[in-house]
Design a protein around this ligand. Structure first.
Ligand code: FE2
Length: 174
């Protein structure tokens, strides 16, 4: 019969804070927290002809980011680590940009899209790293999260293709 305590020790001890999988998860937790804050900011700040659509879209994105960050944090606990939560550490580990204060709706959507593209490339790489580390649980989680970010990026890209709905409130339309 397998020694359950030995198996538990291996699962938690092979994932030290400096383990690449743990570092990736902490980084993507910080990114998901910042993405949540950014999307809420956009949700509050949008205006113009597509106000309702964009207002609701960004709230949906924020909810998805909140779900992602909770799942990443719980994954970290499963493998014996403490998820980052202090704001200065979140800011230090995050690689996406905080939302800028602006009135130009097109620039806002562009900024959201650039961050979404960065999230996708980093989560894809983190999934590959977890696969190399023979951690299928983390691969599965990150594969699920990358599909969420890919869907968000698709929506943002489509909005950027039709700029007329973004011009009405923009002080620097174009
Ligand atoms: Fe709201």
């Amino acid at each position: 019969m397998p020694d359950v305590h030995e198996a538990e020790r291996q699962i938690t001890e092979t994932n030290s804070p400096e383990h690449p999988v743990v570092r990736d998860l902490q980084c993507q937790l910080a990114n998901a927290l910042l993405a949540f804050i950014n999307y809420k900011h956009y949700h509050w700040q949008v205006s113009g002809p597509w106000f309702r659509d964009l207002h609701l879209m960004f709230d949906e994105f924020a909810k998805e980011a909140a779900e992602a960050l909770d799942e990443i944090a719980e994954r970290l606990r499963m493998i014996g680590q403490d998820p980052v939560f202090l704001l200065d550490e979140v800011a230090r580990r995050a690689t996406i940009r905080p939302a800028a204060i602006r009135d130009d709706m097109r620039a806002m959507i562009q900024e959201a899209d650039e961050n979404a593209i960065l999230l996708i490339s980093e989560v894809r790489q983190a999934a590959l790293n977890a696969d190399e580390a023979e951690d299928p649980g983390t691969v599965d989680l990150l594969s699920k999260i990358v599909r969420v970010y890919e869907k968000q990026e698709w929506y943002l890209r489509e909005v950027l293709k039709s700029p007329s709905g973004l011009l009405g409130n923009s002080r620097k339309a174009g």
